[in-house]
Design a protein around this ligand. Structure first.
Ligand code: UGA
Length: 325
């Protein structure tokens, strides 16, 4: 099978690429190495992927000749996008619309023209729910994003479903719930907490720390993508939660991390971030039905594995510019 991964140098994209290559597939990756965070980290993610079966196109989905890129591709894993909930306000919004909405529409048009795809897997997000109506939140609950980022992820998800229902493009959207683990982006909570813990800097908590997340370990996200790529019986336009089942507050995470690090952490509490939801918690029932998927890594084990990775990659981080996120 030949896969196209957009955002192949990113957190999810690079982990997914490694897995597909290990399973004997060939992978074309596209990544424009945007400066949202240090490109050195993305280059580090790519180490170990280079070699037979892997080709990287350093290009922007909004500019590259997608018809040529899609030649012979069986499955698209569309992971590229402008990430981050808290930085999507103000002038940055244009980047979010370009990289999340316009790029997705462009890729869908090319997928429609190509006509031979087995699957188009879109990386959607729990942020489309906003402050959800109920927990565990199901795919039938009304999406009400509370950040501009969430608005763009939802708009793109709607486009993905439309190309499924109108043109039969075999799409499926996976709503990821806060992904963590080795390779996590540097703007995200656990990476920031661990880098601070390891260098004895202060951890800054936005708000009270009582916010709750359904954190999902990266290997489980990769497994869900693998299953979605092969879910040929799923109806085009399907939308599925991929949620780890943790339901833990940020303060509880700090307690667990203190035990893992083996020393007290320096913590300060600052203003709540605009667009930050109070709680996420997804139902995995549909993922079980449609994909036969269930999460397998609990939060303690996952935090431990991310902490090991953070220690092992300290040399990469210490050579980054001061303001790398
Ligand atoms: C994450 C991703 O960053 C989004 O791209 C993704 O779409 C979203 O998950 C999702 O599930 O859809 P978020 O839940 O904010 O967003 O993930 P973290 O950055 O890991 O933050 C978790 C919590 O820790 C948030 O409440 C955040 O405000 C808090 N936090 C984060 C801090 O208190 N301090 C920090 O330094 C960083």
């Amino acid at each position: 099978m030949k896969a196209l991964i957009t955002g192949a140098a990113g957190f999810v994209g690079s982990n997914l690429a490694r897995r597909l290559l290990d399973d004997g597939h060939s992978v074309v990756g596209i990544d424009s190495l945007t400066p949202y965070y240090a490109p050195q980290l993305k280059l580090h993610n790519l180490e170990g992927l280079r070699g037979p079966g892997f080709e990287l196109l350093e290009a922007d989905v909004n500019e590259v000749d997608l018809d040529a890129v899609l030649d012979g591709v069986d499955v698209i894993y569309h992971q590229a996008g402008q990430p981050g909930v808290r930085s999507s306000w103000g002038r940055e919004f244009e980047v979010y619309t370009q990289n999340n909405v316009v790029a997705t529409q462009r890729l869908l048009e090319a997928a429609r023209r190509q006509g031979q795809l087995q699957k188009f897997v879109y990386a959607s997000s729990s942020s489309i729910y906003g402050d959800a109506e109920r927990f565990p939140t199901t795919e039938r609950d009304i999406p009400q994003p509370v950040s501009p980022y969430g608005v763009t992820k939802l708009a793109a998800e709607h486009l993905v479903s439309l190309y499924g229902s109108n043109f039969g493009v075999p799409t499926i959207s996976l709503r990821y719930f806060t992904v963590y683990g080795p390779g996590q982006r540097p703007d995200m909570a656990f990476t920031r907490f661990m880098q601070s813990a390891l260098s004895e800097r202060e951890i800054r908590i936005f708000g009270t720390g009582e916010q709750i997340r359904d954190f999902t370990f990266i290997d489980d996200i990769v497994n869900a993508n693998r299953r979605a790529g092969e879910a040929t019986a799923a109806r085009p336009g399907e939308v599925v939660n991929v949620s780890g089942g943790s339901n833990i507050s940020v303060n509880e995470v700090l307690d667990t991390l203190t035990a893992i690090a083996g020393h007290r952490l320096k913590v300060s509490y600052v203003e709540r971030a605009a667009g930050d939801v109070h709680r996420t918690g997804g139902s995995s029932d549909k993922a079980a039905d449609v994909l036969g998927w269930a999460s397998s890594i609990g939060i303690e084990e996952g935090l431990r594995r991310q902490f090991e990775w953070a220690k092992d990659t300290m040399d990469v981080w210490t050579n980054l510019p001061e303001n790398f996120v």
